[in-house]
Design a binder for this molecule. Sequence first.
Ligand code: B12
Ligand code: SF4
Length: 628
Amino acid sequence: MPPMDVYRVHLNSNKIIPLALGNMTAMVRRHRPDLLEMLNFNTPWLTERQILGDQAFLQRFEKPSIFLMSDYVWNLQAHTRLSRALKAVNPGHVIIHGGPAISYGTADFLQENAWVDFSVHGEGEVTCLELLTQWCTQRDYRKVPGLSFRENGQVVFGEKRERIADLALIPSPYLGGDLDALLPEFYCAVVETNRGCPYKCAYCSWGFYLRKVIKHDLDQVFAELEWIAAHHIPSLWIADANFGILERDIAITEHLCRLKERYGFPKNVITNFANNKRRSMEISRLLIGARIATSLGVAMQTTDETTLKNIRRKPVAEDYYLTLRDEYVRHQLPVMTHFIIGLPGSTYASFIKDIEFALTEKMYPQVFPAIVLPNTAMAEKEYRQRHGIVTEKFISRDYDEEWEVVVAAASFSREEYRRIHLYCAWLHFAVCYRTLKYLIYFAAVEQGRTQTQVLEDLLEKGVAETGKTGGAVRYPILRNIVMVLHAKAAEFFDQKICMVLRRNPRELYLAMDAGNEWAGFYQELAAIFKQDFGLPEDLLTTALCVQKSILPSRHHGVAEQLLDHDFRSYYFQEPRAGGRRSLRHFSGHMSFAVKDPKNICANVELVETGMRMLLNNFELDSPLWRNE
Ligand code: B12
Ligand code: SF4
C-alpha cells in the first residue's frame, strides 16, 4: 500500500514558522522512522487562508490523508471550517486537531465537531507520535494519554498526559530539514529554549498547565540558532515565557550575537523578558550592541493593584522596567508597555493611570482587549462569577475568527469600556502615529498637567465639535478625526468586530496624508493651544516646528531648521521636585535636522501595521529619534 499523505495545517496571515508542526514531524523521523513507510510527510504545508474558500483546491484532496491541524486563537475557526470541508471531500480523511486553542481538560471540541477524529490535549509531541504509531499499527487509542477519540460512536476522553520531562526527546525540525519547504517565504523563525512558566496569570494558559520550566538541550538550541542565521532568516522569536529566567540565557544571547556578526542574521530578535533585572539588562545590552534588538516590550498589563491581584499577576518592579527602559531609550529604541483593557478590577480611571504612567516614562502603550482563552483561570465559571465578567462573541477582523471578548465586569460598565476604546484609538493616533507626541508633552509640561489630561481635553474638544454644524464648527479636521474614531469604536460595539486597536488610526493617518491635511490640522492645534490653553506663542512655534517636521508624510520634505530652544534637552530632561522645567529655560539656538534614511515619506502607506515596525519607523530621524 502506498504511504498515506500527512498534511500539516497552520493557517496564518503572518509568515512565522509553525514550530509545533515541525516538532511533530521531527518526532516521527527521529523516533519511528519505520512509520515513514506508511506516512508520507513530503507534502505541501497548508498555511494560506485563501484555501478555505477555494473549492477546486480542496477537491484535490480526494485521496484519504491525515491532516494535522495546529489550532491557536488566530486560526481555530478557520481550521474547524477547513477540516469539515476536507472531511466532506473524503470521509476517509483522518482529522487531528491540537494546539493551545483546544481545551486541555475536556473533550468538548470532539463532541462539538463530529467530523474530527482526534483531538490532542496539551503538549503534543509525544501524544502525536503515539497516536500516529497506533494509527499505523494496533489502533488502540486507549493506550495514548492526552488524546480524545471516537469509539463505537462515543467520544472517549483519554487519560491525562504528563508533561514531557526531558525535552531532548524532541529533535530540532530546523536541523532535520523538516521546515525547509517553508523557508523561501517565512521571515520569522520561532525557537524555544525552555518550556513552561512559574507564574499563573488568570488570562493565560501557561500558568494553568505548564508551570515547571523545562530546558531544551543547549547544544541543540545553539545549533538551531546557527542554522537560522546561516539560512538568513531575518527575524527570530524566542518563544520562552520568560527569557532570562535562566543564567544560561546569557550564553544563548552571546551565541546569537556572534552569529549576527558572522552571518549578518538574525536582524531582529523578539522575546518576553524574565522579571530578572540583571539578566534582562545583560541580554538587552548584548542584543543592542549587536544591533539585533529593535524594541523592548514590557508586559505590564496594568499597574492597578486591585486588578493585578484579581489576575494573579505580580507587578513588574519599578526599578526593573526603568533600568531596562533607560537602556533602550538611550539607544533611541522604542519601548512598548503592553496593557490589557477589560481586566477584572479595572476602571476608566485605572486605564488612564496606566497610560499616564507609560507616557511619563516615555514608553509607548500597546493595548489589547481582554479575550477569554481556553485553558485559563478566566475561562472558569467560578472566576467569571466572582468578578462579574460579561463576555460577548466578537468577530476578529484581522483573523476572521470568533473571540470571546470581556465587555464588562463588576468594576466597569459597558459604557465605561466604550469610553476606554475611544480614548485608546485617539491615543494611538496621537502618540503611536506621533501626530501629537511632542505637542502633548509640551502642553503638559508648560501647564503642569498630565499628558493624559491634555489628550482628554483635545478629545473632548473634538467630541464637542461633532455636535456642531455649519459655521459653528471651529475645528473641522479635529471634528472629522473624532467622528472617524467614533465610527470605528461603534463598529467594535455594534457590529461586534474586534480588531487590532492600532489599525484604525492607521487608516485615518493615511487618509489625512492623502488629502494633505497636516497643515490645516496643526493650524487648528495651534489655535487651541494658544486660545484655549493659553500657551505662549514663541514656545509653541518651536514645539509645532518639531512636531510637524518629524511626521512622515509624502507632502513635506526633510530639512534642517534652526529652533529658538533646545527641544532635545527639554524633552529628555529628568523630572524635578516641582515637575519638568518650561521650554523657556532651554532658550538658545538648536539646529534640528530631520532625515529620512528609510525613505518613509515616499512610502507612508507601506509602513507595516505591526507595532514594532510602526514604532521604529513612523517617526523621521532627528535629534529626538533615531531612524536609520
Ligand atoms: C510565536 C507566538 C506568536 C506569533 C505567531 C506564531 C506563529 N507560528 O504563527 C505571533 C507574534 C503572531 C503571536 C500573536 C499572538 N499570540 Co502568540 N504566541 C507565540 C508563542 C510565543 C510561541 C508559539 C510557539 O510556536 N510555541 C512553541 C510550540 C512548540 O508550542 P505550542 O505552540 O504551545 O504548541 C504545543 C501544543 O499546543 C501542541 N500543539 C500545537 N499545535 C499542534 C498541532 C497538533 C496536530 C498537535 C497534535 C499538537 C499541537 O503541541 C505543541 C508542542 O507541545 C506562544 C507562547 C508560547 N511560548 O508557546 C504565544 C501564544 C501562542 N500566543 C497567544 C496569543 C493569545 C496571541 C495573541 C492573541 C496575543 C494578543 N493579545 O494579541 C496574538 C494573535 C493575534 C493578534 N492579536 O495579534 C497565546 C495563544 C492562546 C491560544 N489559546 O491560542 C499563547 C499560547 C501565549 C499565551 N501564553 O497565552 N503569537
Ligand atoms: S502571562 Fe506570561 S508570566 Fe503570566 S502565566 Fe502566562 S506566560 Fe507566565
